[in-house]
Design a protein around this ligand. Sequence first.
Ligand SMILES: Cc1cc2nc3c(=O)[nH]c(=O)nc-3n(C[C@H](O)[C@H](O)[C@H](O)COP(=O)(O)OP(=O)(O)OC[C@H]3O[C@@H](n4cnc5c(N)ncnc54)[C@H](O)[C@@H]3O)c2cc1C
Length: 405
Amino acid sequence: MSKHFDIVIVGGGLVGASLALSLADLPCRIALIDSQLPKNLSELGPKTLNDYSKRVSAITAASSSLLSDLGVWNLVDDSWKQAYRFMKVWDQLGSGELRFDADEMHVDELGCIVENNVMLAAMHAKVSESQNLECFWQQTVEKFEGVAEQADGVSLMLSNGESLSADLLVAADGAMSGVRQQAGFEMREWDYDHLAIVATVETERSHNNTAFQRFSEDGPLAFLPLKNTDKPGRFSSIVWSLKTDRAKHVLGLSNSEFCDELKKEIENNLGDVLNVSERASFPLRQRHAKRYFKESVVLVGDAAHTIHPLAGQGVNLGFKDVAVLSEELHRAIAEGVSLSHPQVLKRYQRRRQSDNLLMMGAMEGFKRLFGQADPMLRLLRNTGMSWVNRQGTLKRKIIEHAMGL
Ligand SMILES: Cc1cc2nc3c(=O)[nH]c(=O)nc-3n(C[C@H](O)[C@H](O)[C@H](O)COP(=O)(O)OP(=O)(O)OC[C@H]3O[C@@H](n4cnc5c(N)ncnc54)[C@H](O)[C@@H]3O)c2cc1C
């Protein structure tokens, strides 16, 4: 016997879980499937350097507003959120830099750094309260059918042998989406031959609520400020993107050698790097689905697009997908249209694809521009940065876009 749902969401990560919450008020039966167990807020304790999860996100104002509407943001205690009021972006060995200040924007903060696990735990707590959502934790989709022409819905089998069917299947299962691969979506993708090294570090000087981003020919390095009550201002999360060969070398350094190298790379902005947690690394690839839907299957978040993490936009784009897909599905229900009707999914695709493409193009442009050793180009980009830094209106436009406003 197969259990029928109106919507099945595969992937209970940041994007899938928030989509489930934003659809929970529909008169629909919705299933959420994830291969992991749900995260639990009460298991997240006081913070020493090694307690922080390696994956943190810079959350824009647009995303925190969505999370507030879903009742998730207020579950994330203030002691877990580090607002940043300043941002400093510069080119290594150059003189140009860009500085952003929340006061110039007439806002309290430019964004907030939060650990992914903390946001997930808050979302999973909300998901478990909802009557309309049925969760299948620690389950994967073994196989599914129904993406052929004229297919009416999909049927799928879980790893525990259970059969489900759905009018609409949402793939929110991340960058390596199995649903996307099984359904045969075509992708545009390329490898950066870069690894992103992530870790938590303790620094001699306070981050002073500042996010730092330094570009160099080897790749960008970000220091994102973390909240810590014992040592306020001293902890940051780093994302250091390097060519694979150099990244492997850096990953093999001892802790003290790694700290010395980082201090040099961040040009001593935070004094000595005193301590580093265990390090992790992720291969960087840019991917974008040529289409976001195929019959009754639709892609959201990293399943549809993965972007270089240099400006911390990945999950923020995913949250924008959530807002638009949710709006289109609410509209379909209100108008009595089938959830997988091509017009419904086409509208979602049209509204999101161009915005995602724009951000991906901008990130690619930044990466290439700052990856050039040519002295003439270096002079141009440094002069350009200093010029932009003096243009109040243009600077405001840039930061408004980065804040998702
Ligand atoms: C180093 C690094 C730093 C980043 N920093 C930022 C940042 O500062 N700001 C930002 O906006 N973005 C950032 N990103 C990007 C961001 O992490 C991703 O865009 C975001 O996590 C995507 O969310 P998602 O829910 O789409 O996918 P995921 O987070 O990958 O979640 C997918 C979910 O699907 C589940 N799943 C996978 N396969 C299956 C299966 N077969 N069956 C069932 N469940 C399955 C997984 O368990 C997981 O819960 C960064 C990325 C990297 C690599």
